[in-house]
Design a protein around this ligand. Structure first.
Ligand SMILES: [Zn+2]
Length: 462
């Protein structure tokens, strides 16, 4: 069971008490109006790592992350470039998935687009209006936040404090500067849809409520996003659900931001590095490693020096992987008592999980893996092949399980080879090394050497 810091209660709390339960995760995704920067890459990596680790623990995960394809910034860019808002959204969504692939971030099970959920958003806003939580002004429909008793739960501030800190309302007609637009009345030249509130488009905070509930149910387990989304975006999402008596997310998770000289990295501040840029200059896995070596809740500075350190650390991983591949064929035959070896690996494995389960303490987990990597090399140096191989394999498997990309191209193996591999592994587990060797030879005769990893069996063409 894993404990994660829950922003709503300001302490860690267990998630996934039952393995039977599918863990529904909703992460606020990208607004596709420009090239993604490394701050976006961080949130994508943090939740990708969480998802991979939950699967490693044996959980079923249903992962949803939306694409905001309708937004002021998209419309502004389209206007300034003299093209349609759709072409802007399509271009940068394509770039988003391209960059995610570079980072080895897996595509969520569902990637709902805001514009596909306009009808459901209109329905939700109508319900809020009927229940007395929304009011109309000339320029749209607004949510009256002081009617929601728990408003401020995520910000950990009461209404009066939040109100005093809010910017002066642009629209003086609003009841409170905290009230937010559920529906924006159509403006000339902007996309709009028909609705009971007149032509217009939904405000940003409604889409995630509708999409999360449509795809994950009303009480999904975890809602995540960058710390900058905690207030007001998540607070406002939650307010709409709470107003209608919906449970919404059980757990709120927020990752720290990427900073430049102590300042948030953002497109609006112009102090950003694009993902494409960093992936061209460095091995993209070095960025993942940097994220893994930092506490997910802390701010992260990304410098060329740190990326180079990351690449040096990756080189150690790849070099051990190559070393293990080179001796893999001889290890099955090694006649050594593996019981001590197994106990040692069990201990490393337990410590690894202990760190990961403690609010995803990846910095300690990484430190442990690198210490174990050195031990594995030392064992191999001392010609203690079986122990070195097994410890090293565990270390490599964990790095790859967390999404560090292997330096070799991997190929899914056929059913026939899969069966042979399973039999070989069983034989090896039963210490029937003669049979294991025979099976390995058979696999070899089919043109492949076999490598096991946490994410599944893989082969390498000989
Ligand atoms: Zn959202």
């Amino acid at each position: 069971m894993i404990n994660l810091f829950d922003t709503a209660i300001s302490r860690t709390a267990p998630i996934g008490q039952s393995q039977e339960q599918t863990i529904g995760i909703y992460v606020c995704g990208s607004t596709v109006y420009g090239p993604p920067h490394i701050g976006h890459g961080r949130f994508a990596l943090v939740y990708d790592i969480l998802w991979r680790y939950l699967e490693y623990l044996g959980y079923q995960v249903s992962f949803v992350s939306n694409v905001t394809d309708l937004d002021d910034k998209i419309i502004d860019r389209a206007k300034s470039e003299g093209r349609s808002w759709k072409s802007v959204a399509l271009q940068y969504e394509e770039q988003w998935w391209h960059d995610m692939e570079l980072l080895n971030v897996r595509r969520p099970h569902h990637t709902p687009h805001a514009t596909d959920y306009i009808d459901q958003m209109i329905e939700l806003i109508s319900k809020l209006e009927e229940a007395g939580y929304a009011y109309r002004l000339d320029d749209g429909v607004y949510m009256q936040v002081d009617k929601v008793p728990s408003y401020g739960l995520l910000a950990h501030q009461d209404l009066a404090t939040l109100r005093s800190g809010a910017r002066i309302a642009v629209d003086a007609a609003k009841n409170s500067p905290l009230d937010f637009a559920l529906w924006k009345a159509a403006k000339p030249g902007e996309p709009s849809w028909d609705s009971p509130f007149g032509k217009g488009r939904p405000g940003w905070h409604t889409e995630c409520v509708v999409m999360a509930n449509s795809l994950l149910g009303k009480d999904f387990l975890l809602h995540g996003g960058g710390l900058d989304l905690c207030f007001p975006h998540h607070e406002n999402e939650r307010a709409q659900a709470a107003a209608l008596g919906m449970d919404f997310a059980e757990h709120w998770m927020h990752n720290g931001l990427v900073e430049v000289g102590g300042q948030k990295m953002s497109k609006s501040l112009g102090n950003y590095t694009t993902l494409e840029d960093i992936c061209q200059r460095h091995d993209p896995s070095a960025y993942r490693l940097l994220v893994l070596q930092s506490s997910y809740r802390s701010p992260l500075e990304v410098t060329p020096e740190l990326m180079e350190d990351g690449e040096k650390a990756l080189a150690r991983i790849y070099s051990l992987d190559r070393r293990l591949s080179d001796i893999a064929t001889s290890v099955d035959s090694v006649d050594s008592d593996l019981s001590l070896d197994r106990a040692n690996i069990e201990e490393v494995k337990n410590d690894f999980q202990k760190y990961m389960n403690d609010d995803l303490n990846t910095p300690s987990a990484m430190a442990l893996l690198f210490v174990s990597l050195r031990q594995a090399n030392n064992l191999l140096d001392a010609n203690n092949l079986a122990e070195g191989y097994n410890l090293g394999k565990f270390v490599i498997d964990m790095f790859y399980m967390l999404g560090i990309k292997s330096y070799v191209a991997e190929v899914e193996i056929s059913d026939e080879l899969q069966i042979l591999l399973r039999e070989r592994n069983e034989a090896r587990d039963n210490r029937d090394f003669v049979k294991a060797d025979v099976l390995r030879e058979k696999i070899k005769s089919l043109g492949y050497s076999i490598e096991d990893s946490a994410s599944g069996a893989k082969l390498r063409a000989l």
